[in-house]
Design a protein around this ligand. Structure first.
Ligand SMILES: C[S@@+](CC[C@H](N)C(=O)[O-])C[C@H]1O[C@@H](n2cnc3c(N)ncnc32)[C@H](O)[C@@H]1O
Length: 421
């Protein structure tokens, strides 16, 4: 058989699955049917296959868009390249780099961002946990701003990374950040350009306390500076957050809630409304003690487990200064949780990183002795997976979704579960 005939016969046998292999990119035009988890718009191919579309700016259901799409065997994924019709609710973005910067995707949703996020959460919870599971939505106040931002210095410019890329989008201000942080961006740029700070390309974190006043800068090596009127000075002072009755200190550059006043108000209000109190609070993945401090003397005792040594040092100091007797342990939660943890009066609170709970930890929690369990998760899919795994022994009593990350499609999910007798 000659080459032409061979390739011709092969072509005739191409299966639909092969034709839709990831290598094939097409353009697509059509309406956004609804919003899926993560802010993706859902479209459909002519033969009914589902299409998940990312967009540089918010998507409203009903808008007609053009997109570049890669078809996989059962569905397609793509990126919106042009809007054919725009929802009249779309607003002027209050940020000049909204379209390119990878930090926020909902500027153009304006006052409707909360409604869109609620639709995304509805879609996720219905699909993952089933119809009719009641939950509450907690929108962010308009005043919520970031108290921690990560910038990149490439040797000449300071800014955020472009969406899906390591290309720099230079910024001289950030309207999503608390004012002192935004004002500190040109001061950092100036100091880096003038070589008053280590000027090798790298990541910088700017953070501030609560209320947002002093600004700290941390470089990739963990070196810390604070911003004074005459410039940046090497600093050793911790960041301080006054959150209602609780005061929490931590090292600059360490994990803390992005928008601490709003996070404290949202978590504190929610957990109190669930009447969480009792014997021992197991504050697992406890950081510097936020949940233990927010719940204060509602528990007689606290055991906080956290893998970060420095965080645990601060957790000890924070809870001791608050007069809250606690044991703060450096450990991997999955390795630490023993069989039959807790008694009927106790509460296990878990706030793991995005990936959620390890399967072996879920298995051990199924046999725990505590009466109630609170699961917090910033990745909705991992959170629902863990709620279902824990469902082997725990009933889902309350479910809440908090908009802790305004202007982005991210949310925090919180579940209260009760041990089945
Ligand atoms: C989402 S943060 C929550 C921190 C704290 N609950 C708060 O709200 O401030 C997750 C925390 O878990 C810690 N962590 C990550 N993996 C861990 C592990 N395997 N065992 C214990 N702690 C871990 C991180 O250092 C981080 O402080």
């Amino acid at each position: 058989m000659n080459r032409k005939a061979e390739s011709g016969s092969r072509k005739a046998k191409v299966s639909p699955a092969y034709r839709n292999s990831p290598a094939r990119t097409e353009s697509w035009r059509g309406p956004i049917e609804r919003l899926a988890w993560g802010g993706k718009g859902v479209g459909r191919s002519e033969d009914g296959r589902l299409l998940l579309l990312e967009a540089p700016l918010a998507l409203f259901p009903g808008e007609v868009v053009e997109a570049t799409v890669i078809w996989k065997s059962r569905h397609g994924e793509g990126r919106v390249t042009r809007w054919i019709t725009r929802d009249p609710r779309r607003a002027q973005a209050a940020c000049p780099v909204a379209e390119t910067c990878g930090g926020c995707e909902l500027w153009e949703a304006g006052h409707h961002a909360s409604g869109l996020k609620r639709q995304m959460a509805t879609d996720l919870l219905r699909r993952q946990l089933g119809e009719g599971v009641p939950w509450t939505w907690h929108p962010a106040p308009e005043t919520a701003r970031r108290h921690r931002i990560q910038l990149h210095w490439d040797g000449t410019g300071l800014g955020y990374f472009r969406r899906h890329s390591h290309a720099l989008v230079p910024v001289s201000a950030c309207p999503a950040a608390a004012d002192p942080l935004s004002d500190a961006i040109p001061r950092l740029q100036e100091a880096l350009a003038g070589q008053a700070l280590p000027f090798r390309p790298g990541r910088w974190e700017l953070s501030t306390g609560t209320p947002a006043e002093t600004v700290w800068a941390a470089d990739e090596r963990g070196r810390i500076w604070t911003l004074e009127p005459d410039g940046w000075h090497r600093g050793t002072e911790p960041i301080r957050h006054r959150l209602g009755d609780a005061t929490l200190l931590h090292e600059p550059g360490a994990f803390f809630q992005i928008s601490p006043p709003w996070a404290a108000e949202a978590f504190g209000g929610l957990l109190r409304s669930w009447d969480l109190k009792g014997g021992t609070l197991y504050d697992l993945y406890g950081g510097v003690g936020l949940f233990s401090a927010l719940l204060g003397d509602r528990f007689r005792h606290r055991i906080l487990v956290e893998s970060g040594e420095t965080a645990v040092v601060w957790a000890r100091r924070n809870l001791e200064s608050a007069g809250l007797p606690s044991e703060c342990l450096v450990a991997d939660v999955a390795a630490w949780v023993p069989e039959g943890l807790g008694g009927a009066e106790d509460v296990i609170l878990l706030d793991p990183p995005r990936a959620g709970l390890e399967p072996s930890l879920c298995d051990r929690l199924v046999g725990a002795g505590a009466g109630r369990l609170v699961l917090v998760g910033c990745d909705g899919a991992a959170f629902c997976r863990d709620v279902k795994r824990l469902g082997a022994a725990w009933d889902l009593d309350q479910l809440a979704v908090l908009d802790l990350f305004p202007l982005t499609s991210h949310v925090e999910c919180v579940a209260l579960m009760t041990k089945r007798p």
